[in-house]
Design a protein around this ligand. Structure first.
Ligand code: PLP
Length: 381
């Protein structure tokens, strides 16, 4: 039986009437850029996440750039982040005019390691750092308690890359409210997804919110009066309308992802192939969940030694899988100028060789999961 990595049509089927109605409303009001459909989504999203301000924008990449620029990150400053993320986590820092500094990840969670961050801060470039940018990779919050402590001690801004973590929490606080300012992506494969590109900035600071709103519209506070160099980073009305509908279901969908993750855990444990980790030996290492935080299972990522061979084996059986991410950011061609090289971040490099994301989406069926696990057991037998 083929198993897709993601099948968005299953999400669309029960919602199509509601979504078409919402799109029809945008057509009737002709509010195609920002306007009421986006404002209504922003209000609902802020309420849902328990943050004071949500600012809709054109993509997660724009959200990161807006968050950094609003927080005063620009030329002459450095931002500390992870080498194991999507490219935008670092490219947005460069786009803001600042210098990315990287620190290695925790091999159990794949998130930025606070101890590694402390080491960089204590090093020769430490004093240039003005912000820390942890990424809640795969939907699990980074160690925000530690990062908040470090940020406070050194008066740094804490900027969350929450692109993969809508609805995740640390303690009782949702991602998006765990730092000074945060960026979300609603790229179609994300757990809360638009029908195209879209993103959002969240913050509890009225000043940062006002700056982000101004910067997303070419630095305008008053129409055609440009106070600063911003950019066109506006969300369009169709995306706002779609997202407002889908927001009603996100808690349910995240719960379904949680159930699926639990079932994968149980099925893998039953095969006897699950290993303690953080590194795989003969079997597989299952994702590690940090107590006290809520993972939203944007991805279910295992570690295995013969990862590429397993991926080919699954592909032959028409079982989807994906590698997030095969090349760590410090080894990307476009980021050579950062001055890092092979061996700079051994944990990120090892993770890039061993991680494999398995199919997970709210509508994934139990028999499909059983097929995935049985295929992996076959591969290892
Ligand atoms: C961790 C992370 N940061 C940033 C982004 C950028 O978001 P977008 O693709 O919406 O620009 C993504 C999504 O691809 C992401 O996964």
């Amino acid at each position: 039986m083929p198993v897709p990595m993601l099948d968005l049509k299953r999400q669309y089927a029960p919602l199509h009437r509601e979504l078409l109605e919402a799109l029809g409303h945008v057509l009737e009001t002709q509010q195609f850029i920002l306007g009421e459909p986006v404002a209504a989504f922003e209000d609902a999203a802020a309420h849902h996440l328990g943050v004071s301000h949500a600012i809709g924008c054109a993509s997660g990449t724009d959200a990161l750039w807006l968050a950094l620029a609003s927080a005063g990150i620009g030329p002459g400053t450095a931002v500390l982040t992870t080498p194991f993320s999507f490219f935008a986590s670092v490219s947005a820092i460069l786009r803001a005019g600042a210098r990315p500094l990287l620190a290695d990840i925790d091999p159990a969670t794949f998130n930025l390691n606070p101890a590694a961050v402390q080491t960089v801060l204590a090093g020769p470039d430490g004093n240039t750092v003005k912000a820390i940018l942890p990424v809640h990779l795969y939907g699990q919050p980074a160690d925000m308690v530690r990062f908040a402590g470090i940020a406070k001690t050194r008066s740094l801004k804490l900027v969350e890359d929450a692109a993969q973590a809508f609805g995740a929490t640390s303690g009782r606080v949702a991602a998006g409210g765990l730092g000074d300012i945060a960026a979300f992506s609603f790229y179609p494969t994300k757990n809360l997804s638009a029908a195209g590109d879209a993103g959002m900035v969240t913050t509890n600071s009225p000043e940062l919110a006002e700056r982000a709103r101004m910067l997303r519209q070419h630095g305008m506070r008053r129409r055609y009066h440009h106070d600063e160099l911003g950019w066109n980073a506006r969300m369009d009305g169709f995306q706002g309308a779609i997202l407002k509908v889908k927001l009603k279901y996100i808690a349910e969908w995240n719960q379904a992802r949680h159930t699926i993750a639990r079932r994968y855990h149980a099925l893998f444990h039953a095969t006897g192939l699950a290993e303690a980790g953080p590194y795989p030996d003969k079997g597989i290492v299952l994702p590690h969940e940090v107590p006290g935080s809520k993972h939203v299972w944007h991805q279910y990522v295992i570690r295995i030694k013969r990862r590429d061979a397993l991926r080919d084996f699954l592909a032959e059986r028409k079982i989807g899988s994906e590698i997030f991410y095969p090349v760590p950011l410090h080894l990307q061609e476009a980021l050579k100028s950062l001055g890092y090289g092979e061996g700079s971040f051994p944990e990120a490099e090892r993770a890039a060789r061993e991680v494999l994301a398995l199919p997970i989406f709210p509508e994934l069926r139990k028999d499909e999961q059983e097929t995935v696990v049985a295929a992996i057991a076959d591969f290892l037998s």
